[in-house]
Design a protein around this ligand. Structure first.
Ligand code: PLP
Length: 383
């Protein structure tokens, strides 16, 4: 099946008890047993739930994997992955990863004796030297937030596996979505999604997933899912299954809109720099072209003015772009990473990576692109 068919049919089946075409919400905590141990494969809903099963199988297919394991949030999914490690093990991660992922690694797992190091993965050839006998997990995120840096997944996996084939490589694929990028095909062992973003796509669910083709890793993750219990509820699984059915058309349209908006910003007299992997002079353009189906729908930009007050004017004067955290929904959002998601990073560290006081991030939605451009134009003329 091609992607567009998989989103609608892979792992989806009509309900055997009634013939219902759409996956029912199995809102139950337990299942009847005819005699002790005599049941239909379902005992208790932390362990098995038919709605969740359908979502897991569907997600596995979208990432060209064999197993999907769903969690109550993207961070709960990441938490389950880190629980594959033990005291004394080490994680090597990209240095500009999602703030919540950074917090989990540093503020939670360091106190359990799992250390993390954060490095640039811009030059895959230099990664081998960064690994040691304690390294058990390499964590990649691409494109990154909010600077939209790219990591060459295939090359990084190759270099890591040359050092030690048993090091697990996981890619946080949230920003690209499975429609644009499939890390398992590029050699990664695990893919993580905050399904809260593009996968559900309607900004009404928090949910996470891990996908893999490795039976041993899957078995351990299913064990952790049941043993630690951070499962999503059946209603959220249902909503996510429903959201996925339009994933391809949503992301396709959002990418198209983002391309036009990036070009508009590039020529705007008040705008300084536009970060968008679709531009030929973006440092990750070639990588994006090789490993993604399109360049994504995230665009960051800053102003020629260096004052936060000017950024505030833009941020509070858009009418269609809503000022909010998160991304990947049908509606367009605008955010200010230096004061919102990245507020805890010292200013000099922010500036080193180009995150100036006026840096703004757009999650471009699927509205009419002329309306979106006009909205930004109007807000920029308030300067
Ligand atoms: C949002 C996000 C997460 C965390 O997911 P939640 O569903 O909010 O727990 C992880 N990684 C990236 C890249 C994200 O954008």
């Amino acid at each position: 099946m091609k992607f567009e068919t998989k989103v609608i049919h892979a792992g989806i089946h009509s309900d055997p008890s009634t013939g219902a075409v759409m996956t029912p919400i199995f809102q139950t905590s337990t299942y009847e047993q005819k005699a002790p141990g005599k049941h239909k494969g379902y005992e208790y809903a932390r362990t098995q739930n038919p709605t969740r099963e359908v979502l897991q199988n569907n997600l596995a297919a979208l990432e060209n994997g064999k197993f999907g394991i769903c969690f109550s949030s993207g961070l709960a999914a990441m938490d389950a992955i880190i629980k594959l490690l033990k005291q004394g093990d080490e994680v090597v991660s990209v240095n500009d990863l999602y703030g919540g992922s950074y917090r989990l690694l540093t503020k939670v797992y360091e106190q359990f004796g799992i250390e993390s190091r954060f490095i640039s993965m811009a030059k895959p050839n230099e990664i081998g030297a960064q690994l040691n006998k304690h390294t058990k997990l390499v964590w990649i995120e691409t494109p990154t937030n909010p600077m939209l840096n790219l990591v060459d997944i295939k090359q990084v996996v190759k270099k890591v596996k040359e050092v030690n084939s048993r090091i697990i490589v996981c890619v946080d694929n949230t920003f690209a979505s499975p429609y644009l990028q499939n890390p398992l095909d590029l050699g990664a062992d695990l893919v993580l999604h905050s399904a809260t973003k593009y996968i559900n796509g309607h900004s009404d669910v928090i949910l996470g997933a891990v996908i893999t083709s490795k039976p041993k890793l899957a078995e351990k993750l299913y064990f952790i899912q049941n043993a630690t219990g951070a499962i999503p509820g059946p209603q959220d699984c249902f909503l996510t299954i429903r959201g996925i059915k339009t994933l391809h058309i949503r992301v396709e349209r959002a990418c198209k809109n983002a391309k036009k908006i990036a070009r508009f910003l590039l020529t705007h007299p008040k705008v300084n720099k536009v970060y968008y992997p679709g531009f030929k002079d973006h440092p990750g353009h070639k990588i994006a072209k090789a490993q993604m189906r399109d360049f994504g729908a995230m665009v960051s930009f800053d102003l020629k003015s260096e004052s936060f007050a000017d950024a505030k004017k833009v941020l509070s004067n858009t009418k269609i772009f809503t000022l909010a955290e998160s991304l990947g929904g049908v509606e367009s959002l605008i955010g200010h990473p230096p004061s919102m998601t990245h507020g805890s990073i010292p200013k000099e560290d922010r500036l080193k990576v180009g995150m100036t006081d006026t840096l703004m991030r757009l999650s471009v939605g699927i509205e009419n692109v002329d309306d979106l451009i006009q909205d930004l134009e109007r807000a920029l003329t308030k300067l």
